[in-house]
Unconditional design. Structure first.
Ligand SMILES: [Zn+2]
Length: 289
């Protein structure tokens, strides 16, 4: 099971992209493609497919600032991304659906594009002095021409953990989720803590149980808008759970109960390959903790 967004074919060309002439050459390359967004979702072409066009053709299209951003090279062929002005093209389905249905390499390209474009959409001005930022490194950073501050795309690390004790695990649900849906606990890391400390703190905050030990399993870029999910399994002290306010419920599950939960309509909402939560659950079901 290859986790979505984790097997990117893109070479970010970090040693070359600071050269504006090199970026211009990539944009002029006949093989260069650009994926275009309408808001947070992909734009659709006339046939209803994701709008992927030759990068050179985007000169004629009304793009939001800063225009095209460079994503990387796939087997030497450049990829770019741009956000269309509102109303120019039809929006595709919710980005989660698009990413679930895309072939794995393309889902990675779409995910990196979404994270970068969402960041650019919120960083037009320098957070230090308010001047308008200038694009640098093909969009891999912004530089303030007034005070010189460099701004780098934001990534928010988040711990996500399958908590277990004995033969049971803990899953929780938020009120906004589909009826009956339960998943692993998760939360953003805070400054000054290790991954293990964040896992212990979040587990204590969310269900009021202490973590005995935590083991790193895998990570997943999560472009909503730009989180890095750090997946762990955590053995916790058994006992009563007290769900935090942001959880509607949290409870202990046996393996049979978890299998029943995911052998249902919910499986389509969260297919096995799509989320690290599901990967952690599947590993636990298989006895791999
Ligand atoms: Zn500034």
């Amino acid at each position: 099971m290859q986790l979505t967004f984790t097997d990117s074919p893109l070479d970010h060309a970090g040693l070359k992209r600071s050269d504006p002439d090199w970026i211009a050459d990539q944009m002029a390359d006949p093989a260069a493609k650009a994926v275009l967004f309408a808001g947070g979702d992909l734009a659709l072409d006339e046939r209803g497919d994701p709008m992927i066009v030759p990068a050179r053709r985007t000169r004629l299209l009304p793009l939001k600032p800063p225009g095209l951003v460079f994503l990387g090279l796939q087997n030497g062929a450049p990829w770019f991304a741009g956000a269309l002005q509102r109303g120019v093209a039809e929006k595709g389905p919710d980005f989660r659906i698009t990413a679930m249905q895309a072939e794995p390499a393309l889902a990675c390209v779409f995910g990196r594009a979404r994270s970068l474009l969402q960041w650019h959409g919120r960083r037009k001005h320098c957070s230090n002095c308010g001047a308008e930022n200038a694009l640098a490194d093909g969009g891999a950073k912004l530089v303030c021409p007034s005070c010189g501050t460099e701004h780098f795309p934001r990534v928010d690390p988040s711990v996500i953990m399958l908590c277990w004790s004995g033969e049971k695990c803990v899953l929780g649900r938020q009120a906004s989720w589909p009826q009956g849906m339960y998943a692993t606990l998760a939360g953003f890391m805070e400054p000054g803590e290790t991954i293990e400390q964040a896992c212990a703190r979040e587990t204590m905050e969310e269900i009021h149980r202490p973590v005995l030990s935590a083991t790193y399993v895998a990570s997943q870029p999560w472009p909503f808008p730009s989180t890095l999910m750090i997946g762990l399994t955590a053995e916790i002290e058994p006992g009563d759970l007290i769900p935090d306010d942001d959880l509607e419920d949290a409870r202990w599950f046996t393996r049979d109960e978890v299998r029943a939960l995911y052998d249902s309509e919910l499986a389509r909402w969260a297919p096995k390959h799509f989320s690290i939560s599901r990967l952690l659950i599947e590993r636990w079901l298989a006895g791999e903790v």
